[in-house]
Design a protein. Structure first.
Lengths: 156, 428
């Protein structure tokens, strides 16, 4: 299924959660994200004490994560992040929950799940990612410095 | 999605613009979840139309403030509609301001005004103002199998696990839409197949009090994430308070929305029944080492033994817990260097007032507050550096939200800290 132009572009296919198209720099975490009490919606910064992204903002990024956890305030916090201009540009995730589904809906950002290969394994922070949620397609351009193992394994 | 005739009528606007907007949002949500239909819900708990200074300044347009915020934010609508009377049994969960002790919380008069205006608008539309994270302690006790649409992760996990009613962890927007339509996507915990345990936790150390049930819950959430644990082993018959603390903790360290305790919770008469005939994905032991590790994780943000703030009541204290705190406080006084705040619901507070418990707390130098908690209202006493807490959930959130240190221990440890100003909790 993978189209791999010159070893630079990896293509994933998935299911549309929220339609639309966006592209930008990826921010990848292998840890689920808490909404309320886990992020500051005014800046899009993760504040959860033990989170690997603590202090990092997802504002204007293509956020790639396993899914959502924690408080039921998830959707409202990400909804406020949208109003504050601090939402991600697009969202790719693995594990469906009501929190992340509703959050994606009210953020109104292109969102895909059920991708045919694990986005957490193939996308690294800094990669340039294009999300066409209407067609269910993700294009990943590896950054030069990191165009190593993930791209190669994806091509196999 | 496959809609019934009455759902189509709402979506077409035949039930008015508010129900049309609510249905539109629910269809977007149902499609995101990839479900085919809705269930009818008869019990909705959310935070409908609740405002705050950010929303007030963001939505400056003219019109009824409640209609504006409910339309724009709750229903994610691009136009403002009039919010009619709600016909579905609906309640408002915790808020951000205690109408009596708002000054103690450091709230400004404008916060109180926004909160009270929202409250009377919601009440005038038929929404019950419980203002608590523990609706099941304030008269809203769903029946077995009842399809609910609840927010508040600690209430959701209680609703599914202890009451055998059915709800997913809903959000503000979906609950507000459900209040208008009586519909919620037929997903997850509304379906039998989704309610079976996936992970088996064998409890090898005695678990018989709030402290230990809280730690076990925090451990369980950490190891199972969003999945469903079933417990067997050395626990006592858990009471309401134990479940409240276990579930709240499991829903904080992980995303646990349902658990089974063999011989205790209604859908777990046996291990086999809880697992629904499936083999567990994983079998995990909870012994002395795991308990110790959990305690250390919870206390990782505690360094300074000088405690200047003790917060109890997460989730909101029951009447028994307030009585217990009063027994521990008897004949003692909160240290001049420390504050003691105990949070509960309005309903329980009314009983505590009548029993003289509120006065006992006040006479000892503490305060019994309602409606909110420190994490929700982002309020701690001025200058707080180190808190002491008996709730794993509050310990998970408060230090991150307020940038303070926190100790986790028993209720007794916390009252001792309030009285002495020093943390003397010991690892189990």
């Amino acid at each position: 299924m993978n189209e791999n132009k010159g070893g630079k572009v990896i293509v994933l296919r998935g299911r549309k959660v929220v339609g639309g198209c966006a592209e930008g720099e990826a921010l990848v975490t292998k840890q689920t994200i808490s909404g309320w009490g886990g992020v500051n919606p005014m800046t899009g910064t993760v504040i959860e004490t033990r989170h690997e992204l603590r202090g990092v903002s997802f504002k204007d990024k293509i956020l790639v994560c396993p899914g959502a956890k924690g408080s039921s305030g998830w959707s409202a916090v990400f909804h406020i992040a949208r109003l504050a201009g601090a939402a991600p540009k697009a969202l790719l995730f693995n594990e469906m929950t009501t929190k992340i589904a509703l959050g994606a809906v009210v953020m109104r950002i292109p969102t895909l799940t059920d991708l045919d290969q694990d986005p957490l394994a193939l996308i690294e922070t800094g990669d340039w990612v294009k999300v066409d949620a209407d067609r269910g397609i993700v294009e990943i351009r590896k950054t030069l410095a990191r165009a190593g193992s993930a791209a190669i394994s994806a091509a196999v | 999605m496959k809609l019934t005739d009455s759902e189509k009528a709402m979506l077409d606007g035949r039930e008015g613009p508010a129900r049309r907007k609510a249905m539109e949002l629910l269809v977007r949500y149902g499609e995101a979840l990839n479900v085919e239909r809705f269930v009818e819900t008869t019990n909705v708990a959310g935070v409908p139309g609740t405002s705050n200074p950010f929303l007030e300044s963001y939505y400056r347009e003219p019109g009824d403030r409640y209609d504006v915020i409910f339309s724009r934010f709750d229903l994610d609508s691009d136009e403002v509609i009039e919010v009619p009377r709600i016909n579905v049994n609906s309640c408002h969960l915790q808020g951000g301001v205690d109408p009596e002790n708002w000054e103690t919380l450091g709230a400004k008069p404008e916060h109180l005004k926004i909160s009270q205006a929202g409250e009377s608008s919601a009440a005038s539309r038929g929404i019950k103002i419980l203002k608590t994270c523990t609706p099941y302690l304030a008269g809203n006790v769903p029946t077995k199998g009842e399809h609910c649409a609840w927010m508040e992760s600690s209430a959701v996990v209680y609703c599914n696990s202890v009451l055998a009613a059915r709800t997913n962890t809903e959000g503000r927007e979906s609950t507000s839409a459900a209040m208008l339509t009586g519909r919620i996507p037929d997903y997850g915990f509304h379906q039998d197949a989704h309610r079976r345990a996936t992970h088996h936790i064998e409890v090898e150390v005695p678990v018989d009090d709030i402290f230990n049930w809280g730690m076990l819950g925090y451990f369980a959430g950490d190891v199972v994430g969003e999945r469903i644990p079933v417990l067997t082993g050395e626990y006592s018959q858990a009471n309401l308070i134990h479940h409240k603390h276990f579930g709240a903790a499991a829903a904080s360290s992980g995303g646990v929305e349902m658990y089974h305790v063999v011989g205790v919770t209604p859908e777990a008469p046996t291990l086999e029944a809880a697992l629904g005939g499936n083999r567990p994905v994983e079998k995990i032991r909870y012994g002395k080492a795991e308990r110790r590790r959990t305690y250390e994780t919870l206390n990782a943000r505690g360094k300074d033994p000088n405690v200047d703030f003790v917060m109890l009541g997460c989730p909101h204290y029951s009447l028994d817990q307030i009585q217990a705190a009063c027994r521990l406080l008897k004949g003692k006084r909160v240290s001049a260097n420390c504050k003691l705040w105990i949070f509960t619901s309005r309903v329980v507070r009314a009983m505590a007032d009548r029993e003289g418990l509120t006065k006992i707390i006040r006479d000892a130098g503490g305060v019994l507050l309602t409606d909110t908690c420190s994490s929700i209202s982002q309020a701690v006493p001025p200058g707080t550096k180190v808190a002491a807490l008996d709730s794993a959930k509050q310990t998970h959130y408060l230090p991150a939200i307020m940038g303070i240190e926190a100790w986790f221990g028993t209720t007794q440890d916390c009252i001792n800290a309030a009285v002495s100003g020093r943390w003397n909790g010991v690892a189990p």
